[in-house]
Design a protein around this ligand. Structure first.
Ligand code: MG
Length: 159
């Protein structure tokens, strides 16, 4: 079998007055993640895991934060484009697993919704997507809720 594994990591600062979007799901908060796109660090980490598995450059190469076309863009569109870029090269995702590190808000109640959204964007069945949320136990900048980070791994195959 022609299998590849990839890893992705992303972090965005938490700031007042921005929408908070994680895994394509909007949280009702008065703070959000700073960034050029919707700043969905979970979806960005997943994109990088998929791109890395295929030996491709990272998300910043495909969707530069200097390009006005990507200002405020829904990162689910970026994920769909990443899956399409892999498909053009003969790769398809087999599964994804990711962890979000956030001191706030409470993410666990929205995990199922996030999984369903990521499943739609990636073309994977929901049971092929692992998703966990943890805090940083008050340690460091993540623990002081200055940012939210995400790690992801992806397995892809070329049938
Ligand atoms: Mg990012």
């Amino acid at each position: 079998m022609n299998l590849r594994i990839g890893h992705g990591y992303d972090i965005h600062r938490l700031v007042p007055g921005r929408p908070l979007v994680l895994g394509g799901v909007r949280f009702e908060t008065d703070y959000g993640l700073d960034g050029h796109s919707d700043a969905d660090c979970l979806t960005h980490a997943i994109c990088d895991a998929l791109l890395g598995a295929a030996g491709l450059p990272d998300i910043g190469h495909f969707f530069p934060n200097t390009d006005p076309a990507f200002r405020g863009i829904d990162s689910q569109i970026l994920l769909q484009r990443v899956v399409a870029a892999l498909a053009e090269r003969g790769w398809r995702p087999l599964n994804l697993d990711a962890s979000v590190i956030a001191e706030k808000p409470k993410i666990a109640p929205r995990l199922a919704e996030m999984k369903a959204t990521l499943a739609r964007s990636s073309g994977l069945p929901v049971d092929c997507i692992g998703l966990k949320a943890t805090t940083n136990e008050g340690v460091g900048d993540l623990g002081r809720a200055l940012a939210i980070a995400a790690h992801a791994v992806a397995l892809i195959e070329k049938p």
